[in-house]
Design a protein around this ligand. Structure first.
Ligand code: SF4
Length: 465
């Protein structure tokens, strides 16, 4: 484990408030998801359908991208292509500058975080106002998101109240969640109406209409995209679906897996700029289609990861995420999906700790609404890390020694019996509290002393009976 990852994990494990915050939110999410699935007997079929829709689109990305662009242009939208995150940021900043924007509102988008859009806007001197309630909280706190659906999951209610008291001009009473929401509403309402540009992500890009679909529970995407003169959408190219009915099929999976609800409060299809006769809407509608490593994932055997709907269910069920939270991962995308995505979107050498931080218990794959084989993909990264020589030298040497031994049964037997003997020497009342070469285990937990002879010895003695 790298020193930086180790330090982040230790800081997270040593923070009791963080554990309370994680347990509250992920516990509720798991309970609600389980209830939603129990009430939906067609889940297994819907999951196969969802997987097949995504696989079909990914196999025909070139076709659907061209169809989407053609229909988006026909609706009056302007379509931009970005090969990298930097290109996408440059395009967005240029559109804002051309529009003379001094302030932009933004609806939550993990892609924006991935490509570094908040920094790009700040560098260009453009005020950015996050409008999702949780994003508003972490913007005030100066934190990055810690969950892909609940970015402020690491904050307790009491911490949020303190933040609002410190930053809102007219905070009012802060005793209840309703009072906190009302305070945020007062602050954000003014910003919605004053913004020159609204920036959103997209949950789906609908190829046969050129529309983009956003889902929120607060209506902030609608208020971000409708009042300003200019609406900019940034979306990864894997968000394509052939038709609106395909989007609806995936939406049923996404929402139940994320929040346990049947549908989000707001599901909006945005199609082109304001037309004559429309009462509102932006005069300019820009769509920035972002690759940023996605087509390379196809070459790297990670096509299945492009199915991801960003529902967050794998995070809520992950035993590692639920102990350390999102910030410890040190990446935009935490949890199981992040541990697969981060090495693909950045590089393996800098993120090799993430695929290792997994027990491979398979819960993430079980709950994934599009059946992404996350443990298999994580094992693939570990395999590649081994082939590229990224494991520490002592570990590589240890694994080689182990391979040498297990290929020689007599030697393996002698080595195992010696190890058993040594372990018994360190045991006190059935437990080992410390032992040379095992400090990593015994620093946090006692190790059970071996009970009786080795497995192989027991098998051999049974064979003789
Ligand atoms: S990998 Fe699956 S469970 Fe995890 S966020 Fe993506 S769609 Fe949801």
């Amino acid at each position: 484990m790298s020193a930086a990852f180790d330090a982040r994990v230790r800081a997270a494990l040593g923070n009791p408030l963080l554990k309370i915050a994680i347990d509250r939110t992920t516990g509720t999410a798991r309970t609600k998801r389980a209830a939603a699935m129990a009430a939906w007997p067609e889940f297994a079929e819907a999951r196969v359908l969802g997987r097949d829709i995504k696989d079909h689109v990914i196999a025909h990305l070139d076709h659907y991208l061209i169809e989407f662009e053609r229909n988006a242009l026909a609706s009056g939208a302007r379509v931009h292509w970005a090969r990298t995150g930097q290109e996408a940021c440059d395009i967005v900043v240029k559109i804002c500058q051309d529009a003379g924007a001094r302030s932009v509102t933004r609806a939550k988008s993990m892609l924006g975080e991935e490509i570094g859009l908040p920094h790009a806007l700040a560098d260009a001197g453009i005020e950015r106002v996050e409008t999702d309630l949780a994003e508003h909280i972490i913007q005030l706190a100066g934190d990055p998101p810690s969950h892909i659906v609940w970015p402020a999951l690491h904050k307790t209610r009491e911490q949020v109240a303190a933040l609002f008291r410190a930053h809102h001009t007219d905070p009012g009473a802060m005793e209840t969640v309703e009072q906190m929401v009302a305070s945020a509403r007062r602050v954000l309402r003014e910003k919605f109406m004053a913004a020159d540009v609204g920036i959103s992500g997209a949950n789906f890009l609908v190829a046969d209409t050129g529309a983009i679909c956003t889902v929120t529970n607060e209506g902030n995407a609608e208020l971000t995209t409708t009042p300003p003169r200019v609406h900019i959408v940034t979306a990864g190219i894997e968000k394509l679906v052939p038709t609106t009915s395909h989007a609806m099929a995936l939406l049923r999976l996404l929402v139940r897996s994320a929040t346990g609800a049947e549908l989000t409060q707001y599901t909006t299809f945005h199609c082109g700029p304001k037309q004559s006769g429309d009462r509102d809407g932006p005069a300019e509608f820009h769509i920035v289609l972002v690759d940023a490593g996605r087509t390379k994932m196809l070459d790297d055997g990670l096509a299945e990861m492009l199915r991801c709907l960003r529902c967050g269910a794998c995070l809520n069920h992950c035993v590692v995420y639920r102990q350390i939270g999102g910030h410890a991962y040190g990446a935009t995308y935490p949890g199981p999906m992040g541990s697969v995505l981060t090495p693909a979107l950045t590089n393996l050498a800098d993120s090799v700790d993430l695929p290792r931080a997994c027990t491979l218990n398979g819960q993430c794959e079980e709950v994934c609404p599009v059946a992404i084989p996350l443990p298999t993909l994580l094992r693939g990264w570990r395999d590649r890390s081994w082939r590229e020589g990224l494991e520490p030298v002592p570990l590589r040497a240890g694994m080689r020694l182990w391979r040498f031994m297990v290929q020689r049964p007599a030697l393996n037997r002698i080595g195992t019996n010696m190890a058993l003997l040594a372990m018994r020497l360190f045991a006190r009342r059935g437990w080992i509290r410390s032992m040379p070469l095992a400090g990593g285990w015994t620093a946090h937990r006692d190790f059970p002393a071996p009970q009786g002879p080795s497995f192989l010895t027991q098998i051999r003695s049974r064979g003789k009976q």
